[in-house]
Structure formats: structure tokens, C-alpha cells
Write a protein that binds this ligand. Structure first.
Ligand code: NAP
Length: 254
């Protein structure tokens, strides 16, 4: 049995992950963490408010669906405690990810940071990377619920990074374009534009729009429900047990 801690268990993703872990006979939920929790246990599982109280605790995996401001410190803590991190929380910088990978290698501990756990989203990223070789003109539109704290989404950043690896650099738009309202053209990443939409009713959606002479190609993925991420989280929990370093992106494990 793989012993699992869930950080952020009261959140939308954390609560869905609790159900997934409880329904898998190979997994055992051993602890829950949330700084604002008032209960001491949840269905016999101990609830902690401070991660320091988990020092020396016996567990194999740390699932993290918290908030961008604490995700780096949480992941570092998990690696130091030899709880293999499986992190869905977004908002990491490139240098933070490099630092965590280096720490995992030093500690010889497996782990995963995945900006998106939905298989369809991984496929869109892969297809987008392939298409960018032939269609260098591209813009990304990511659409999320209006409680999301970071923008652009981790998935959009990861998509742009993958596209950058195969695309010949190009600054999108007219060379003399002018924004009459600041921000109209979205965020810039390596000449590409990323647009973030926040609306109630949405979960997590992304379009990668390519344009060329007389043709267009649009790749779209929709997560209509948070259960769409749970297959990927389940794979992550099981696969990190066999790794001795942290990897970035669920595609590394598929
Ligand atoms: P959410 O509903 O706001 O849940 C986050 C939870 O973490 C809240 O209950 C929050 O408590 C709690 N929390 C805050 N600080 C904490 C700490 N230090 N330790 C433990 N728990 C803490 O957000 P969500 O929609 O579940 O999303 C969580 C994260 O997952 C976001 O970064 C989001 O972008 C990401 N996400 C990733 C994927 C993926 O596939 N990788 C998919 C969807 C979402 P309070 O509310 O009391 O502050």
C-alpha cells in the first residue's frame, strides 16, 4: 500500500483527490493538511494545520493541490522529509523547478510536478509542439474558473515552452501594432501571445490557435470536471515510487 498525504485537502482539487485515493485499494490516505482546517480527523485520517507537525511522519507520497504562494516551500519540505511529491499546484518559476529537481537528485527521491494531469491536455501540448514546426504563427488562449489565482495557467506556460523548442522564433502581430488598451495583446512568451480568460462556470480549458497562408489549425482541450485530472494523479502517485529524481510534466511518465 502506498501511504499518501494530501496537502490542500479542503480545496476543489484536493477534495477530489481525497475521493480518488480512498477508492483505490493500492493507496492509503494517511494524513491531510490545510492551515485553516478545524477538524482533528476526517474519517479516521489525522488532519494537520502545520506541515512542521509532519516531520518524521511515515508516508510515501505528498500530493499537493494548494496555492502558488506555498507550493515551492511545500515541495521542498516534502523532498527533505522523503515524501515523494506529486504536485498539481501551479505557479512555479523555471528556477524553482530546477532547484527542486537538483534537491530531489541530492536526496535520491522521486517526484512529479505536473501543470496538468488531464491526459487530453498532455496530448494537446504534444500535438501543439509538433504543429509549431510547420505553423510558427501561434497564440494560446487559456480559459479557467474565476477563482484561479495565477495567470497565465501553468499549462499555457508549459505549452509555450514546448512550442518554443520546435518553433523558429517569431514575434506575433504587426511590427508596428499599438495597444490602445494596455494588455489587449495578452502576455508575451518568446514572441507568442498568451491570453487568459477567467469566468464562472469554466473549469480548465485551452486552445492553441495556429494561422498560416489561407489555413488555420485549432487544438482545444476541455476539462469539464475535476475528475478529469484524477487518472493522471493516480499514475503520478504510483510512478514516483519507482523514480529517484523529480520530473516536470506528466508526459515524462506516460
Ligand atoms: P482551491 O480550491 O483554492 O484549493 C487550494 C486549497 O489549499 C485551499 O483549501 C487552501 O486553503 C489550501 N491551502 C492554502 N495554503 C495551504 C498550505 N500552506 N498547506 C495546505 N493547504 C493550503 O484551489 P484548486 O482549484 O483546488 O486548485 C489548487 C491548485 O491546483 C491551483 O494552483 C490550481 O492552479 C492547480 N490545479 C492544477 C491542476 C493540474 O492538473 N495540475 C488542475 C486544476 C488545478 P484556504 O482556501 O483556506 O486558503
Amino acid at each position: 500500500m502506498i501511504k499518501v498525504i494530501i496537502a490542500g485537502f479542503k480545496g476543489r482539487m484536493g477534495a477530489t483527490a481525497v475521493e480518488m485515493v480512498k477508492n483505490d485499494a493500492e493507496l492509503e490516505l494517511v494524513a491531510l493538511l490545510d492551515p485553516f482546517a478545524t477538524e482533528k480527523t476526517l474519517a479516521d485520517v489525522p488532519v494537520f494545520r502545520d506541515k512542521a507537525d509532519l516531520i518524521g511522519f511515515e508516508a510515501d507520497v505528498w500530493v499537493d493541490f494548494t496555492t502558488p504562494s506555498v507550493a515551492f516551500a511545500n515541495t521542498k519540505f516534502a523532498l527533505e522529509q522523503h515524501f515523494r511529491p506529486v504536485v498539481g499546484t501551479t505557479g512555479f518559476t523555471e528556477s524553482q523547478i530546477s532547484e527542486l529537481i537538483a534537491l530531489s537528485k541530492m536526496e535520491k527521491i522521486g517526484g512529479l510536478i505536473a501543470p496538468n494531469f488531464a491526459i487530453g491536455a498532455i496530448l494537446v501540448m504534444e500535438f501543439a509542439q509538433k504543429a509549431a514546426k510547420y505553423f510558427p504563427d501561434v497564440e494560446i488562449i487559456e480559459l479557467h474558473h474565476d477563482k484561479k489565482k495565477d495567470a497565465p495557467s501553468g499549462t499555457a506556460i508549459k505549452t509555450a515552452e514546448l512550442i518554443k523548442a520546435t518553433r523558429t522564433y517569431k514575434k506575433q502581430g504587426a511590427t508596428d501594432e499599438v495597444e490602445t488598451i494596455s494588455g489587449a495583446r495578452g502576455a508575451e512568451f518568446d514572441g507568442m501571445r498568451i491570453h487568459s480568460v477567467r469566468l464562472p462556470g469554466l473549469v480548465a480549458h485551452q486552445e492553441v490557435v495556429f494561422g498560416a497562408n489561407g489555413e488555420g489549425l485549432t487544438l482545444r482541450h476541455d476539462s469539464y470536471d475535476r475528475v478529469s485530472f484524477m487518472g493522471g494523479v493516480n499514475i503520478g502517485i504510483k510512478k514516483v515510487m519507482t523514480l529517484d529524481a523529480l520530473v516536470y510534466g506528466l508526459e515524462q511518465l506516460l
